[in-house]
Write a protein of this length. Structure first.
Ligand SMILES: Cc1cc2nc3c(=O)[nH]c(=O)nc-3n(C[C@H](O)[C@H](O)[C@H](O)COP(=O)(O)OP(=O)(O)OC[C@H]3O[C@@H](n4cnc5c(N)ncnc54)[C@H](O)[C@@H]3O)c2cc1C
Length: 258
């Protein structure tokens, strides 16, 4: 293992944070249990005082075929997974296009688009050295209780990459803002949409400093320039408070605040 300084104002998708020392885990290392693991930082909001951080090194960024199984390391980027699936005619990973992050981040969040979720196609996850079948892992909408650090995942190989499905899913993304964000800020409460609620309490487009609830899609907290952690946190708290007062609904953040 070794230390790397990562500037989260550049690295994180929402472009907030500061240069921070991150412990890089290499193959064979014992994974410490007193540090918070990050992936591609596409779903994170880093405060000025984050907990000690760690990250899987490129040793965990691999894809290999073993018989009828595809094994993907947890540090592998989603974009590269889609390219691999296209090149090798493998079905099921089309929805990962434009879903920024790593395999590990997808597993932790049970990331997905519409009816496609990573757990639908998953076979098993290697968690701290042990392969665990997905049936043994509690999971649901944007949630999976991994119980530890995932270092790899296995998928049954089904041939037939669908460019048509990929194009259809990409077109769904056209209603997403292009400004830096961390994806959806809140999980949708059951039977409703967080974006609709944010709009209903008058916060769509509402700005604090350089952070705003997007005009394009209200559930995206966007950075319009030099947005800060404090501005982002202010808007998150404000939306939660207003929606709770108006509808008695407590919105849960999808973004991890560190
Ligand atoms: C523009 C944009 C659009 C997005 N659209 C969607 C969408 O449509 N659907 C969707 O589901 N998400 C969406 N997201 C969110 C994001 O793409 C996913 O949550 C993605 O899975 C995050 O991966 P990451 O590697 O960046 O994880 P990070 O943001 O770095 O971490 C997220 C969480 O995963 C945990 N984690 C990371 N790696 C591991 C591991 N190896 N083992 C255990 N835990 C781990 C971290 O501890 C953290 O709690 C979007 C984000 C952006 C910026």
């Amino acid at each position: 293992m070794y230390i790397k300084t990562i500037d989260f104002a550049k690295y994180s998708s929402i472009k907030i944070g500061q240069p921070t020392e991150v412990l890089m885990i290499e193959k064979g290392d014992t994974i410490p249990n007193d540090r918070y693991l990050i992936g591609g930082a596409n779903n994170l909001l880093i405060s000025p005082t984050p907990p000690p951080l760690m990250m899987l090194s490129k040793d965990f960024a691999y894809i290999k075929e073993e018989g009828d199984m595809l094994e993907i390391g947890a540090a592998m980027l989603t974009g590269r997974i889609v390219s691999y699936a296209r090149k090798h005619h493998i079905a099921g990973f089309e929805f990962c296009a434009k879903l920024p992050g790593t395999m590990g981040g997808m597993l932790f969040m049970n990331a997905g688009v519409k009816e496609y979720e990573i757990f639908n196609i998953l076979h098993s996850i290697k968690i701290e050295g042990e392969w665990i079948k997905k049936e043994a892992i509690p999971h649901g909408y944007r949630f999976a209780n991994l119980g530890g650090i995932a270092t790899a995942a296995r998928f049954e190989i089904h041939r037939g990459f669908s460019q048509e499905r990929l194009d259809r899913l990409l077109s769904l993304r056209s209603n997403q803002p292009h400004d830096p964000s961390a994806g959806s800020a809140f999980k949708n409460p059951s039977g409703d949409a967080a974006g609709r609620l944010i709009e209903a309490v008058g916060l769509k487009g509402f700005r604090k400093g350089d952070m705003a609830w997007s005009e394009v899609h209200a559930n995206f907290l966007v950075n319009l320039g030099k947005g800060s952690f404090e501005e982002a946190k202010y808007l998150i708290d404000l939306a939660q408070e207003k929606i709770y007062k108006a509808y008695d609904i407590h919105l849960v953040t999808e973004i991890r605040i560190l």
